[in-house]
Design a protein around this ligand. Sequence first.
Ligand SMILES: Cc1ncc(COP(=O)(O)O)c(C=O)c1O
Length: 429
Amino acid sequence: MTATADIMQRYRQVMFPAAAPYHGDSPLIAERAKDQYIWDIEGKRYLDFFGGILTVSVGHCNEEITERAITQLQKLQHTSTIYVNESMVQLAETVARLAPGRLQKCFFTNSGTEANETAALAARMYTGSPTIISLRHAYSGRSLLAMSLTAHGNWRLGGVVDPYIKHVRSPYTFRAPAGLSAEQLVELCAQDLEETIATTTQGKIAAFMAEPIQGVGGFIVPPADYFRRILPIVRAAGGLFIADEVQTGWGRTGDKWCGIEHWGVEPDIMTFAKGMGNGSPIGCTIATAEVADAVNGLTFSTFGGNPVTMATTLATLDYMQAQDTPGNCARQGAHLAEKLAEFAAEFPSIGEARGMGLMQALEFVQPGGIEPDAARATAFVDTCKEMGLLLGKGGLYGNVARIAPHLNVAAADMESALDIIASALAEIS
Ligand SMILES: Cc1ncc(COP(=O)(O)O)c(C=O)c1O
């Protein structure tokens, strides 16, 4: 029995099966990683173009960041939010400086789920309304509230949902009703939002929550005018706008620190997690001062603001600024997008290549139509893994391959990945 088979046999005895690893009969058991590479316990090296779900944002075991984490670990590890540490204040100052608009006050937690919970709580307390509108194809996390905000049947477990959450049409152009242009789809989305507010609420809502590009949904990029058209409807119903930047933050979409900056609107609340700490567990909710101040009861997170996480995240953001991750994502992302568009033209099983910056996807379909082909997407991602490249999967139908390398990916690694992608597409076609 191989070491992998042995560990997997033990894994199945002691782990919930719901946390299913990728790659079916050949799961990857990770042993170590450095920068762009990860090694499994059999000694095989992989180029990592998924970064632990867009989380290892500037390379595995990044030396500058690791050093600052170790220094902090040796100095002060934990206080809880009942005592203040300076890193927490510095991090909040940095996030407020880099985030757009009037976003000013932070609340730190440990995950995207908790960041979204905090955002929903703040919107509800500020407006006095319980209703939150979310998008179909959204993924918001795994608490009861976050699963309710999520609109992927597969990720909504337990059968219990928050009754005050309503879902409206996603601006998913590839799966728009036949014949609709992007402009017509935006109108349809606006109409659906208006009707949802009119028919399921008494005219007032707490918030509209959306990802600037839907991540787990399969990197769904909205038409450029979508948010500008939607937000006045939200505001007219007294609602705040919560931008979930858990996947899109920190330069990922190219040129801007936050994905929402591409769409010409300003959120009242924004949430971050994943790549913000390069693998350290962090959630961050930032809000305008008046919204943050409306959370006027008591709440705390034991590990939120943990000095080690704060120091690690600060080091990550310092590194990103020094490396200009938005600029690198724009440059490398443009090249990646161009190549993926060529593959889409060549292989009829690719229904669409889409994305922004270093958030690029291939949606697999039955050739000649738009019927999702999840089996081919899985075969593609598994073949890439066999060839030494790690990619992600996504989409409501499981038919989207997600390509999201580190924000500081080098041109040579991009070429290596593109070679493997080309070979894998040829092999599965
Ligand atoms: C956009 C978005 N929001 C929230 C979450 C939840 O984050 P976490 O898994 O850290 O709780 C995710 C996770 O994939 C996400 O993609």
